[in-house]
Design a protein around this ligand. Structure first.
Ligand code: DOR
Length: 442
């Protein structure tokens, strides 16, 4: 038999290209997109019929917590990445608040090693900012498989914390890459800790971690970044006030919001209690409207899930003993497609926020767009599919979702990574083939 010209053809899909939306075929060879146009199925070893489906660049989730090493009962790299591909995600960036935390070359290499043959999607890991003065941030941040430094300015899950300006200053002074920031002000959180007393309802969570705790930290970190002309990425923005503030600082700061902050409001505390508890918190409708305005007027660059699974028996502890965080890597695409169907954003803006946005701000090489020469990563979606999100679909070890019972329109139909079909019709295919991501200039 003669060798086929291509390994795979995606046929007749409605493709979201940098130049617009067009019904075309995509030809793939050796893991790369090699041609876009019109091809016969006979030219390829395998063809996927994409008629009536939208073909998007692979979705990149640039904020997940996969708990390995140290808390594998909540999640591990295998289960977390399996959730990702079932949710149409092709690449993840994983956070450093594991046990031990990812704060050294050894810890980073350990994660990369653990991911080999077990990760279902492509991946990179953050190095956690710490108070250790002996760390050479400038070399750590550019290690292979590292997506950059992540700093917690306020305490959250784990013990990574850099709360003081001097210490933050030191990291910014000694690094170059875009730093990802969890902006909650530890001083304000401590002053207000009495609000989250034992016996209080979880609805007090956003009152404890109030608007000022978020806004103040965001203002402080922008000041520091300006001092060093250092780019930063402010994670999971939750307030209308921060959107308004960050609009003045787009020359230095990129911005993330999460699907849960765009979908849930403080009503969720009454309905699902501590399952709605996360840091920074789910807030009022007014703040959610502010986040949507930030998406509409171009302040928000990226949507990331902040997938932060905890076991149900932990979440069922009485507030505030219940841990903060909720899973999300598997539900990000369906929730955001549902918002597309509800006209909250266009499909092109979806691709901008979930595919090309992360690639642009972190400088990922060969990902984030459908173009010749790029990795053949695709999230193929059925915009017409109507489904109900349920706990039983969850591949995460935590086994629950705050969106259990929610009806959505729009669903990932297949996930393709470097030309390999790893998910189709809600079924995992093949074996874990995830590789570390590479970065421009790193
Ligand atoms: O709610 C949260 N949970 N916020 C964070 O910043 C950390 C995360 C976790 O790791 O559980």
């Amino acid at each position: 038999m003669t060798k086929q010209l291509y390994d795979l053809i995606l046929k007749d899909g409605i493709c979201v290209l940098p130049s617009g939306i067009e019904q075309l075929d995509i030809a793939i060879k050796d893991g790369l997109i090699v041609d876009i146009g019109s091809f016969s199925s006979s030219q390829a070893t395998r063809t996927v019929d994409c008629k009536n489906l939208h073909v998007l660049p692979g979705v990149i989730d640039s904020q997940v917590h996969f708990r390995e090493p140290g808390m594998e009962y909540k999640e591990d790299l295998e289960s977390g990445t399996r959730s990702a591909i079932l949710g149409g995600v092709t690449t993840v960036f994983e956070m450093p608040n594991t046990k031990p935390p990812t704060i050294s070359e050894e810890a980073l290499n350990d994660k990369l090693q653990r991911a080999k043959g077990r990760a279902w999607c492509d991946h990179a890991f953050f190095i956690g900012g710490t108070l250790n003065h002996d760390i050479d941030w400038g070399s750590l941040e550019f290690l292979d498989g590292c997506c950059g430094i992540k700093i917690f300015m306020g305490s959250s899950t784990g013990n990574l914390l850099v709360s003081e300006d001097e210490a933050l200053d030191e990291i910014f002074r000694n690094s170059r890459r875009r730093i990802a920031i969890h902006a909650e002000d530890e001083h304000i959180l401590r002053e207000r800790a009495h609000i989250a007393q034992e016996g209080r309802h979880p609805r007090f969570h956003p009152e404890w971690r109030n608007v000022d705790s978020a806004l103040n930290a965001t203002k402080r970190i922008i000041n520091i970044a300006r001092r060093y002309k250092h780019p930063l990425h402010v994670l999971h923005i939750t307030t209308a006030d921060e959107i308004e503030f960050l609009a003045q600082h787009k020359d230095i700061a990129t911005v993330e919001v999460t699907p849960q902050h765009l979908t849930l409001t403080d009503e969720a505390y009454e309905r699902i209690g501590t399952l709605a508890q996360m840091n920074p918190p789910i807030r009022s409708q007014q703040h959610q409207d502010g986040l949507w305005e930030g998406i509409r007027i171009g302040i928000v660059d990226v949507i990331g899930s902040d997938h932060a699974p905890h076991a149900l028996d932990e979440k069922n502890k009485e507030y505030p003993a219940s841990p903060s965080g909720m899973p999300g890597v598997q539900t990000m695409v369906p929730l955001m497609l549902n918002h597309v169907n509800n006209q909250k954003l266009s499909l092109q803006r979806f691709v901008d926020l979930l595919c090309s946005g992360p690639a642009r701000i972190y400088g990922i090489s060969r990902k984030g767009r459908i173009a010749v020469g790029y990795d053949a990563d695709f999230t193929i979606v059925d915009l017409q599919a109507e489904k109900t999100i349920s706990n039983s679909q969850s591949a995460s070890k935590c086994g629950w979702t705050p969106f259990d019972g929610m009806k959505v329109k729009g669903w990932p139909q297949a996930t393709i990574i470097r030309g390999n079909i790893v998910m189709q019709n809600d079924e995992v295919q093949g074996s874990p083939l995830g590789e570390k991501v590479s970065f421009i200039g790193a």
